[in-house]
Design a protein around this ligand. Structure first.
Ligand SMILES: C[S@@+](CC[C@H](N)C(=O)[O-])C[C@H]1O[C@@H](n2cnc3c(N)ncnc32)[C@H](O)[C@@H]1O
Length: 196
């Protein structure tokens, strides 16, 4: 997702490239969180269901996660020209294989972020994680109030540095702030807030 150009022209299939430093910053902060102990032993099987990548650029989340020692990182994407292991796959039309993936993490297409989150939560086991990169103001709006009353939000990692989503223009940042939203299936405590 990128909020720049929203309401005007957007990339086909909402394809944007998440900068690796943003994922690195999140992982550095998240791995310090003792509630989740985010490592390969605790969470061995990861899925990025809208993994992106193209001829020019690698898939952001799988690339960074593999660098951090996660060996089973599945990747799906709806675009045939993505670099995902499974291409032409509409995540929202997949029949979830329950309890296979321990973590589902992505920067989802903007318009279906809530549906992606709900679908992903159906797939992970109790205690499994769903992590979505979204605009910080995803937390707002009357339309989304019921969603926040229902979804098991466990933590919000606010990125104080604005990212850009066009690798050809690395100095051009987006028009709003972003956060990694961490959901944990079955979580009942109040969510934690971190500014990174
Ligand atoms: C905002 S881009 C993010 C790409 C990559 N996750 C990243 O962070 O760099 C969203 C991606 O979702 C894919 N996509 C859009 N709709 C999809 C769907 N229904 N199922 C699976 N992938 C989808 C697009 O092709 C695109 O690669």
């Amino acid at each position: 997702m990128s909020s720049t150009n929203r309401g005007t022209q957007r990339n086909a299939d909402d394809y944007y490239v998440t900068p690796h430093w943003l994922i690195e910053d999140f992982l550095a902060a998240f791995s310090e969180n003792c509630r989740f102990n985010f490592d390969e032993q605790t969470y061995p099987r990861i899925l990025d269901p809208s993994a992106g990548g193209c001829e020019q650029y690698p898939m952001s989340y799988p690339t960074v996660l593999e660098k951090h020692g996660f060996t089973i990182v599945d990747s799906w994407d709806i675009r045939e020209d993505s670099r995902a292991l499974i291409r032409g796959c509409d995540f929202l039309k997949t029949n979830p294989t329950p309890n296979y993936h321990d973590v589902i993490i992505t920067n989802p297409p903007f318009n279906v972020a809530q549906a992606f989150t709900e679908h992903a939560l159906e797939m992970v086991p109790n205690g499994g994680l769903v992590i979505m990169l979204q605009r910080l103001n995803w937390l707002g709006s009357q339309k989304r109030k019921p969603m926040w009353q229902n979804l098991p939000l466990a933590a919000v990692y606010v990125h104080s540095k604005r990212p850009g989503f066009d690798p050809q223009k690395p100095s051009k940042t987006d028009s709003t702030e972003y956060a990694h939203f961490v959901f944990c299936k079955g979580y009942e405590l109040a969510p934690e807030l971190f500014v990174i």
